[in-house]
Structure formats: C-alpha cells, structure tokens
Design a protein around this ligand. Structure first.
Ligand SMILES: [Zn+2]
Length: 126
C-alpha cells in the first residue's frame, strides 16, 4: 500500500481534484493528509496502534512506513505462522477501520459544505 494508490487529500490535490490548500487531515490535527499520516502518525487515528498492541499483548510498533509497520506489527506477537496470520488480520482490520472513519468524517464535512452552499444558492434566487 502506497500513498499513490489511495485517494488521500495529498493525492487528490496533486491530481488537481482538490485545491492545494485543502489537503489537511480530516481529524482536525492540522497535518497534511498522506497515507503515512492517516494510518501511522496522526494524533487521532494513529493512536489506535498502541491501544491494539496493548490489547493483543505485543510490543509497540515504531516503524514509520506502512510496509515496515505491517511487517513489524505482524511479527510483534511471536514467530509462529498462526501468530503472524492473526496479527495480519488485526492489522488489516485496523487499517480498514481507520480508512472507514476517515471517509465518514470526510463525507460529513462535504455534506455540511453542500448543504450550506445549497442554502446560499437558494437565498440568491429569492
Ligand atoms: Zn491527522
């Protein structure tokens, strides 16, 4: 998984879909939204990993890239194949939860924007 494949705000800005100044993380943390940021370093979304590591009873993961994080996380609970498979499932579930929450927050913001825009437009014609 790389930043190039995900429609993060950085990528959407890079492709001209979003204005350049509209690439901040939907959590409101103030950082630019890249995949590395959303899944690993965001103060809101990234805090999930330490909670999950604590829940599973594995060592905290310090990797800074998604691919390194996946490898370190999936091997942090032991070296057996069953442990790695379980941790891979947990990692994928966490990424899915973060991405789903990120998308929900983005849709809520867009919905508010379009609602207020439609209201302004209606006032203009009255
Ligand atoms: Zn953030």
């Amino acid at each position: 998984m790389t930043d190039i494949l995900l429609p993060t705000k950085v990528n959407l800005s890079y492709r001209g879909i979003l204005p350049v100044g509209d690439s901040h993380c939907v959590s409101g943390c103030g950082a630019v939204e890249s995949a590395q940021h959303v899944f690993l370093s965001c103060s809101t979304f990234g805090s999930l990993w330490s909670l999950v590591s604590s829940w599973v009873g594995s060592a905290s993961v310090t990797a800074l890239t998604l691919s390194d994080h996946f490898i370190q996380f999936t091997t942090s609970a032991g070296g057996t194949r069953a442990h790695r498979s379980f941790m891979q499932l947990v990692w994928l579930a966490c990424v899915w939860v973060v991405w789903t929450e990120r998308n929900c927050r983005l849709v809520q913001r867009l919905s508010k924007f379009f609602t207020s825009y439609a209201g302004q437009d209606q006032d203009f014609f009255l």
